[in-house]
Design a protein around this ligand. Structure first.
Ligand code: FNR
Length: 413
């Protein structure tokens, strides 16, 4: 209601409500490289497209004569009491969108009580994000490093800064074939960005110190553009920027990061080991196959995020809304399912929940809000989506997320 009233009184929102306009406005604001990195997917973009298109294979079948005067979106999910079945998916390198990056995102999430899954590739250390969020709910997303000590360190830092679950992302044992980024030569562009969780970590710092000097290492070429990045990298390390420059420490850190941040050996044994590292709930992100979903239940995992990384990893992979029904029937409600990749509207949320999700997460839409208006932009994107969900839920005959079930949907003709 407040959104409509503000509109009537001539107040302009800071970000467009319409998702296509939101994306277009953000594209105008971002550099070509930053936009390509955020919006892009793997390969020919088949899975990015399918994530959206496959929501249209289902239609909502509204009911009219229910009393929908009182609505309550609150949702219990893996130990959290949430205002609505919505989370913010982990997004790395958000300094591309806004200098306040994860701090702005954390504050906006906290304002709504919507949990933020803090990325392992965030632009700010998780402790700073946690501080910006106060008591608001947050989880930590882990990329399993080749350095097991670093994994342990990330997990214990997450525990210490109030993250109430560990989300292990499974689909990024290596980066997907991202042609947009390759065409725009994004590797030098991303160099030194999104590594704040690493440079702020004592184990990582020790590993940097232990790296031998490389006399062959090329001296960085300094121009105006690289200077800003270099300054940021130097400041991200303990000790004075000048010392860091002399010792080549920042360059070593980037090199080390590139070598260890993912681990192609990741398998079920790692997940079992994680159980021994933490008592926090463990959530697996990136499961698409029902057999793996069942195995996850058997292994004592506490929840799944049905995700294809927003179409950025396996091009041609199944859309998440198409993968969900089989996973839901295999899991049989034993652990909660969260769906991400392609969620853009209240209708999408209803469809995901009708097919078995307990909640959904969004990625790119809030990155666009961030690009346009920082914390306020993220906040408006959340508010818009929740309003859309609430209205659509009531107009379709429901008052609670738990009212939504398979009887709400039909297949599109
Ligand atoms: C991501 N995603 C991601 N996932 C993750 O586990 N850790 C990460 O650091 C990132 N980083 C990241 C950066 C950017 C720019 C994008 C677009 C995505 C994937 C993300 O968590 C989520 O799965 C998708 O973004 C969801 O799809 P939509 O909502 O963007 O379509």
């Amino acid at each position: 209601r407040s959104i409509y009233l503000a509109g009537v009184s001539g107040e302009r929102p800071r970000v467009p409500f319409h998702i296509t306009s939101l994306e277009q406005e953000a594209e105008k604001r971002l550099s070509a490289q930053a936009y390509a990195y955020i919006a892009g997917g793997a390969g020919a973009g088949q899975t990015v497209a399918a994530n959206r298109a496959d929501f249209n294979r289902w239609r909502i079948l509204p009911r009219m004569l229910n009393d929908v005067s009182e609505v309550d979106l609150s949702t219990r999910l893996i130990g959290l009491d949430l205002p609505a079945p919505l989370l913010l998916a982990p997004l790395g390198v958000m300094e591309l969108a806004h200098p306040q990056s994860d701090l702005a995102i954390g504050r906006a999430a906290a304002k709504h009580g919507v949990p933020l899954i803090i990325s392992n590739q965030a632009s700010r250390p998780m402790e700073e994000v946690a501080k910006a969020m106060g008591d608001a709910p947050r989880w930590f997303q882990l990329y399993w490093s080749r350095e097991e000590e670093l994994v342990k360190s990330f997990v214990s830092r997450a525990e210490n800064c109030g993250c109430s679950a560990i989300v292990v992302t499974l689909d990024t044992k290596m980066l997907g074939w991202r042609v947009n980024d390759l065409d725009l030569a994004y590797l030098p562009f991303l160099r030194g960005k999104g590594i704040a969780q690493y440079t702020s970590d004592p184990v990582f710092q020790r590993l940097v110190d232990e790296m031998p000097e490389d006399p062959q290492a090329p001296k960085p070429r300094i121009n105006l553009k690289s200077l800003a990045t270099l300054w940021q990298m130097l400041n991200a390390h303990p000790g004075s920027p000048l010392d860091n420059l002399r010792s080549g420490r920042a360059q070593k850190a980037v090199k080390l990061f590139t070598g260890i941040y993912t681990n192609p050996t990741l398998n079920w044994e790692h997940i079992a080991r994680l159980r021994s590292y933490t008592r926090l709930p463990i959530i697996l992100k990136g499961i698409l196959h029902p057999e793996e979903a069942v195995r996850a239940v058997d292994e004592g995992v506490d929840g799944l995020i049905v995700s294809n990384h927003g179409g950025r990893q396996v091009d041609g992979a199944v859309s998440t809304i198409s993968a969900l029904p089989a996973i839901s029937s295999a899991v049989k409600g034993r652990i909660p399912l969260i769906l991400d990749s392609g969620v853009r509207s209240g209708a999408d949320m209803i469809k995901a929940m009708a097919l078995g999700a307990s909640a959904v997460a969004i990625g790119r839409p809030y990155a666009y809000g961030l690009a346009l208006a920082g914390e306020d932009g993220v906040s408006e994107v959340i508010r818009g989506l929740l309003s859309d969900f609430e209205l659509n839920l009531r107009l379709a005959g429901g008052t609670r997320p738990s009212d939504i079930d398979a009887s709400w949907l039909v297949r599109a003709p």
